[in-house]
Ligand binder design. Structure first.
Ligand code: AMP
Ligand code: MG
Length: 341
């Protein structure tokens, strides 16, 4: 009874509040300028970065796009393994056992990589660079790396050979000749960071596609999400359509980067346990809450294979995956994590 009286006493106030809120919503809606769609494209990290965003005017759109692309260019100077003076390349040249304080971006990438390496028992391994170098040469020369060179590389690969100190945000390499390679995670990190710059410009709806590493924020006006087509193996095998908001999707696999030698196809993704390019033809599409996660997981599950890979995805909150595996005759089989189905 007391509660009823209490509510009755406040009834007119509540109605007035509701009306006020509705009025405020309507007036802010009326005051909000219509959003227009803008598209941009620039080459970064060796691939086209395509940006779609919704903004009130061209000045805001241009400023946000400039900030996003500048952030990607700055991250390339940190993470590139092609630029000899990138922060990562300089770290690769330090004396063994010497602690080096790293930038906060490199710290993020290294610590995320090491966490995933531990969780996947080294299927994902940022120290894989010495193998990557051999397989890049194999792709150019169409010749397998020799057993001697593979053995030399094996001595300087292994995530336990990279040590991190969280307190001082420092890293050290335990062996000389080690080469860290951020190729499986850096692009995803760049997409996340670029989208943060766009959001900081007051833009809520954006999509950034770094040639298959795709991140999105809020849906375009009036829509449920961004419609993204993923073609895990090849466009002619049909696409799967996803509707995404505040999420990311990445596909990893040998579809574009591989070398055929003596009837076998070797992927640019390497099994760090053998040093060999993967020969099971797999394309893995991963959706996750951010692109750093989607990018690194897509590579990791490709190495792990459908059984272990999808079991790992199902333990990762917010992640889902589709893996398409081709057999020797070219027939494909699809595997999906529970949340994908
Ligand atoms: P992605 O296209 O994202 O799957 O990344 C592939 C790239 O990551 C390769 O070109 C290498 O630079 C690097 N990479 C290859 N194998 C691995 C691995 N097992 N773990 C981490 N990085 C790898
Ligand atoms: Mg990746």
């Amino acid at each position: 009874m007391k509660v009823c009286l209490h509510a009755a006493n406040h009834w007119p106030t509540r109605v007035a509040l509701l009306l006020l809120t509705a009025f405020q919503a309507l007036s802010s809606y009326a005051a909000e300028p219509a959003l227009k769609r803008f598209e941009f494209s620039e080459l970064h990290m060796g691939v086209p970065f395509k940006l779609v965003l919704y903004a009130a005017d061209v000045q805001v759109a241009n400023a946000a796009a400039r900030a996003a692309f500048d952030r990607v260019a700055a991250l390339d100077r940190v993470l590139s393994d092609y630029m000899v003076d990138s922060e990562l390349s300089r770290l690769n040249r330090t004396q063994p056992n010497q602690w080096v304080k790293v930038s906060s971006d490199l710290w993020q990438v290294l610590s995320r990589s090491q966490k995933l390496a531990r969780e996947t028992s080294g299927a994902f391994d940022i120290t894989v660079g010495a193998y990557v170098r051999l397989w890049r040469r194999a792709r150019r020369e169409k010749q397998l790396p020799s057993p001697e060179l593979l053995a030399q590389a094996r001595a300087v690969v292994g995530y336990r050979l990279l040590e991190l100190d969280a307190e001082s945000q420092s890293a050290r390499l335990l062996k000389s000749g080690m080469r860290l390679d951020a190729g499986a995670i850096g692009m995803g990190y760049a997409v996340d960071e670029a989208l943060k710059r766009i959001t900081a410009h007051g833009i809520k709806c954006a999509l950034l596609d770094a040639s298959g590493d795709i991140g999105v924020t809020d849906p375009p006006p009036g829509q449920r999400g961004w419609k993204v087509a993923v073609s895990p193996r090849a466009k002619d095998e049909g696409s799967t359509f996803l509707t995404l908001s505040n999420a990311a999707v990445t596909t990893s696999g040998d579809a574009l980067q591989h070398v055929d030698i003596a009837g076998k196809r070797y992927s640019h993704i390497i099994d760090p346990r053998t040093g060999l390019g993967l020969t099971t033809q797999t394309a893995s599409t991963v959706v996750a809450g951010n692109c750093t996660t989607a990018d690194s997981l897509a590579t990791a599950v490709t190495v792990l294979g459908p059984r272990d890979g999808l079991a790992f995805i199902e333990k990762t909150p917010g992640a889902r995956a589709l893996m398409v595996v081709a057999n020797h005759e070219g027939a494909t089989k699809r595997y999906m994590s529970r949340l994908w189905r």
